[in-house]
Design a protein around this ligand. Structure first.
Ligand SMILES: Nc1ncnc2c1ncn2[C@@H]1O[C@H](COP(=O)(O)OP(=O)(O)OP(=O)(O)O)[C@@H](O)[C@H]1O
Ligand SMILES: [Mg+2]
Length: 381
């Protein structure tokens, strides 16, 4: 595939909806230059939901705004619908309204003095769609989003969840096939957020639009994504299906971000295929090698999630089992989280049906080897 031509010389069905090549963006600030994006390349296929997941300041919004045309990248190329919309080398920057995409923001961004109906119709009015066509498309969007009875209301008369539905209806009505979402659910309370998230999944199935969806919430990411790109200061650290990302994080950064909050340092003691046995401060620990380049004797980190541990009061002597003491237990509604100490090391454990345990209670911890990821100590490289 040559990216130098004006359109992709491939079959339409195989043409990605969005292609980003070597995109960089730096901002000049009073404190110097900030690199928001450092050489990002990725494709979003048609009908796919790609979630950009990462902590605050890693460049998620900047990447979305570059795709939309609201931000000018410093260098690189962007293709949307198979058309080149940005190229630093060619000094090409297509304006946002020509890119055939819609955006849904965290802050809803509705016109306060227009009714729900007028807000939803707005992109169609701007692009001079005929009156009858506007009526039927808005009616359909109102129906799909359950907003029919609010058509004559103003945004100020609606709840946050209802306002975000209006923004969603406005994006759907434009029928561009590509919607960019910037943390659209993060201003809503937990229950509304979950309901709207599920409705969004249903609507995506129904309308088959392509989405680039920004969030810093790993559960939202897993629920919505066909693929997740985990962002780390201006670049994609790992791109894969939710299963790949959660079960097989490739770096310590990704593992940590998706909730592998337990980290034990050690040296690689033995390798048997993918099975890696690590000599740690708590004893020998079996896990899965993440990198074929790992060698016996390497400094490594073993990481695992609190929910991939088990607590027993009876003692046994299987591998990956250790004597521990409870330091504290916290009841979190659906489960109990314990902080335990094993040979001086602090571990976070989770039990779904477990009981609160008084501080000092001796326990036996089992760590599931298939869920322990063993990484190179980054400092070596
Ligand atoms: N207009 C700007 N001027 C200067 N620096 C900026 C500007 N916009 C973003 N940045 C910087 O670029 C980096 C990436 O910002 P961005 O808004 O893309 O992060 P984000 O991942 O969306 O974060 P959040 O989760 O907090 O929304 C940050 O360091 C930010 O301070
Ligand atoms: Mg942001």
């Amino acid at each position: 595939m040559t990216l130098a031509n004006q359109s992709f010389p491939t079959h339409a069905a195989a043409t990605p909806m969005v292609s980003i090549r070597n995109l960089t963006k730096t901002f000049q600030t009073r404190h110097g230059e900030v690199t928001a994006l450092g050489d990002v390349s990725l494709d979003v296929t048609r009908g796919e939901v790609l979630v950009l997941l990462g902590p605050s300041g890693c460049g998620k919004t900047t990447l979305l705004r570059c795709i939309a045309g609201l931000e000018h990248p410093t260098s690189g190329e962007i293709w949307v619908h198979g058309r080149k919309v940005f190229s630093s080398a060619e000094r090409l920057a297509m304006p946002p309204e020509k890119r055939n995409l819609s955006m849904v923001f965290q802050s809803y961004a509705l016109w306060p003095h227009k009714t729900v109906h007028e807000n939803i119709a707005y992109p169609l009015v701007v692009s001079k769609v005929g009156k009858d066509e506007i009526q039927s498309r808005v009616a359909k969007a109102l129906e799909v989003t359950g907003l029919g009875k609010f058509a004559r209301n103003y945004p100020g008369q609606l709840s946050g969840g209802q306002q975000q539905r209006v923004a969603l209806a406005r994006a759907l009505v434009a029928n561009d096939g590509l919607i960019l979402f910037d943390e659209p659910l993060s201003n809503l309370d937990a229950k509304v957020r979950e309901r709207l998230r599920d409705e969004l999944i249903e609507m995506q199935g129904q309308f088959d639009f392509t989405a680039v969806y920004v969030t810093h919430d790993q559960i939202e990411a897993a629920a919505l994504a066909d693929r997740i790109a985990v962002m780390e200061v201006g670049r994609a650290a790992q791109i894969g299906t939710p299963q790949d990302i959660f079960r097989r994080p490739q770096t310590r950064y990704v593992a940590d971000f998706v909730g592998c909050s337990n980290e034990l340092h050690g040296t690689l003691h033995e390798l048997r295929g993918e099975l890696a046995v690590v000599q740690t401060e708590v004893g020998l620990l079996e896990g899965v090698a993440t990198d074929p380049a790992l060698k016996v004797g390497d400094n490594v980190y073993a990481m695992f999630r609190p929910e991939h541990t088990r607590l027993d009061t009876v003692s046994g002597s299987r591998s990956n089992q250790y004597d521990a003491f409870i330091e504290r237990s916290i009841f979190l509604g659906t489960h109990v989280e314990h902080v335990a100490r094993v040979n001086g090391q602090k571990l976070a454990l989770r039990s779904m049906k477990g009981m609160m345990q008084p501080a000092g209670t001796p326990i036996r911890v089992t760590i599931e080897p298939e869920h322990v990821s063993v990484f190179h100590d980054g400092a070596q490289h």
